[in-house]
Design a protein around this ligand. Structure first.
Ligand SMILES: NC(=O)c1ccc[n+]([C@@H]2O[C@H](COP(=O)([O-])OP(=O)(O)OC[C@H]3O[C@@H](n4cnc5c(N)ncnc54)[C@H](O)[C@@H]3O)[C@@H](O)[C@H]2O)c1
Length: 349
């Protein structure tokens, strides 16, 4: 039976991956999160907690899910120093992890990326410890999530925006990524390539554009706007002019694409994950208010941080070389988001 590891396993992408692995395989999954942002599994996991050994929590009647609340840097350091740490300390028999998904990171949305860039820079230390361990442990497959923020910002201006192609990041001819977040993701990609080339590690990098989903925190724009629409707020507030745009992609599609990519890429190559479509925040509001059946006036909050003007991707490589395309349309995704926020409001009242 394969054993997988998910870091940041209680965050937005991490918990979706934990659930997917648990529901679609018979494998064991160890997930780790310091709960700095993520929520404890008892608040979102369907499987019940069935046991605890030291600080290791065990979930599911079939005892396949293992949770550790820890700083991932400390855990990988312990596993690096003692390759049998999990066995010696917790009795977990893991000679080699099959898939390792590394989602532990300080992310936090635009307010954090612009507002506290030095805390985001701690991602460099998380990734450095991670890759140091990966090069020793050599899991069967490793997933490193980079980001669309790694792309040069001069290609994302109002007048000069293009659909970003994978080749627009060229380590031999670099542009400037988006703040410390973009720099740390770019550095992570570089480490991934080093791990593959110099240490024989199988690693896949992804550059998700703007992932969204029903359980995403309200500090992110799509759930925040969907909640305001569900409350039928009027006027409808938007950060900046609302004309700035992103490439929104539903989390279910992101998880699907990760697995397609891991089956086909092992040399650290990075691929885009998006719809290949630029959508402004005003268009998002339009779709959501159509669903809700009202049309409020727009109130622009011009003092809020908005980041680059237009960020979207060219999905040609992924469509043609990997044979993958997003399935969930923007309209379907927004309907799910709206219904999820309505359900939250109903639960609260
Ligand atoms: N969500 C997206 O659309 C998107 C887009 C591009 C890239 N990514 C990347 O995917 C990864 C996951 O993103 P997310 O949206 O799930 O973010 P998130 O903030 O929801 O999840 C990150 C999780 O990591 C945990 N964490 C942070 N530091 C930790 C540490 N030192 N030890 C253990 N756990 C720690 C947090 O508590 C949180 O639960 C990140 O690397 C992010 O850069 C996500």
């Amino acid at each position: 039976m394969a054993f997988h590891l998910v870091s940041g396993g209680c965050g937005f992408v991490g918990k979706n991956m934990v659930r997917r692995l648990y529901n679609t395989t018979d494998d064991k999954i160890l997930f780790v999160d310091n709960l700095m942002v993520g929520k404890h599994p008892t608040t979102w996991l369907d499987a019940p907690k069935v046991a605890q050994y030291k600080d290791l929590e065990i979930y599911g009647e079939d005892r396949r899910l293992f949770f550790l609340k820890d700083d991932f840097r400390f855990l990988v350091r312990k596993m690096t120093d003692d390759p049998d740490y999990l066995k010696n300390h917790y009795g977990l028999d893991v000679e080699q992890f099959h898939d390792v998904y590394h989602f532990a990171a300080i992310v936090g949305g635009r307010a954090m990326i612009d507002g506290d860039p030095m805390v985001v820079a701690l991602d460099l230390s998380i990734d450095a410890e991670f890759f140091y361990w990966v090069c020793k442990h050599k899991p069967v497959r490793t997933l490193y999530p980079s980001s669309s923020a790694a792309y040069p910002i001069n290609l994302q201006t109002e007048s000069g925006a293009i659909a970003l192609k994978e080749s627009d990041i060229d380590f031999n001819n670099m542009g400037q990524p988006d703040m410390t977040y973009g720099w740390s993701k770019l550095t992570g990609e570089f480490l991934a390539k080093i791990a593959a080339k110099h240490y024989g590690v199988s690693v896949t990098c992804i550059r998700p554009f703007s992932g969204y989903g029903e359980e995403q925190d309200l500090t992110y724009p799509i759930p925040a706007i969907a909640m305001r629409v569900a409350k039928k707020e009027s006027p409808m507030e938007v950060w900046g002019t609302g004309k700035q745009g992103r490439d929104f992609v539903h989390i279910d599609d992101v998880i699907d694409c990760i697995h397609v990519a891991m089956d086909k890429i092992s040399d650290g190559t990075a691929i885009n994950i998006g719809m290949g479509r630029l959508t402004s925040f005003l268009e998002i509001i339009d779709v959501l208010t159509d669903i809700a059946g009202y049309k409020p006036p727009i109130k622009q909050l011009l003092d809020k941080p908005v980041g680059v003007h237009s960020r979207y991707c060219d999905m040609t490589y992924v469509n043609e070389e990997l044979g993958w395309k997003a399935k969930i349309t923007m309209e379907e995704g927004m309907r799910r988001m709206y219904n999820a926020q309505l359900a939250k409001l109903e639960k609260e009242s």
